[in-house]
Design a protein around this ligand. Structure first.
Ligand code: PEP
Length: 247
């Protein structure tokens, strides 16, 4: 039985003052059915660690270097994230891919680096609107997944989380229907199962793309949707807690 997981991706939002109230509201929530985590900007990791330390909410980062250390100005290694007790790290988010030119191979190397550093990577895959309209959704997510399977091996996914995030639904207010999302989630699980059925059965596949309290219940009720990766709505404590409640 896969435990549902709801992860907030704060993106480049927040301030020490604003975060304090949000983190406090999350920290004071008693443990519920779904596991919860927030992936915060790097400078706020220490704040998240301090406030969430004894709570039911885990924390993590939004990116990690594929390198362990060295002359990589501006980069942050998995070991550095470990120094702040991060559990999760988002890898291959579509904003990293589209705005910063992150390639499939680089995302795969980041998954490997995260695992080597003891973190749980949340690997994001998803198609653009043009790709969906061209009927290439499955080809795109397969390509993004397969490079990780080749680079890290299928067993790596037993220590990772997968997130299906259709690019056209991220931050747009346009959500995939539960049926559209379920179809891709089932496809992804089937693809992993063709390499290892046990890993596929245990793999948590999150949906991301304009998840809100109002649509979370229907999405999370789908058999292959194991929770959500939540951007905008994770910045509002009540909304994020309601989403987790729906899981
Ligand atoms: C995201 O940032 O991963 C995301 C899904 O954003 P939003 O929920 O705002 O669409």
């Amino acid at each position: 039985m896969r435990r549902k997981l709801v992860v907030g991706n704060w993106k480049m939002h927040g301030s020490l003052a604003a975060n304090a109230a949000l983190l406090q509201a999350l920290a004071s929530k008693p443990e519920q059915g779904a596991e919860m985590a927030v992936c915060v900007p790097f400078p706020y990791l220490q704040q998240a660690q301090a406030v969430l330390r004894n709570s039911a909410v885990a924390w993590g980062a939004q990116d990690v270097s594929e390198h362990a250390q060295g002359a990589y100005t501006g980069e942050v290694s998995a070991a550095m994230l470990g120094d702040f007790d991060c559990l999760y790290v988002v890898v291959g988010h579509s904003e990293r891919r589209s705005l910063y030119g992150e390639r499939d191979e680089q995302s795969a190397a980041k998954v490997a680096a995260a695992l080597a550093g003891g973190l749980v990577p949340i690997l994001c895959v998803g198609e653009t609107l043009a790709e969906r309209e061209a009927g290439s959704t499955e080809a795109v997510v397969s390509r993004q997944l397969d490079v990780v399977l080749r680079h890290c091996g299928v067993e790596a996914l037993s220590k990772a989380v997968l997130a299906y995030e259709p690019v056209w639904a991220i931050g747009t207010g346009r959500t995939a229907t539960p049926g559209q999302a379920q179809q891709v989630h089932a496809f992804l699980r089937h693809r992993v199962a063709s390499a290892d059925a046990d890993v596929a059965r245990g793999l948590r596949i999150l949906y991301g793309g304009s998840v809100k309290a109002a649509n979370a219940g229907e999405l999370f009720a789908q058999p292959d949707i194991d929770g959500g990766l939540v951007g905008g709505a994770s910045l509002v404590a009540d909304e994020f807690l309601a989403i987790a409640g729906a899981a």
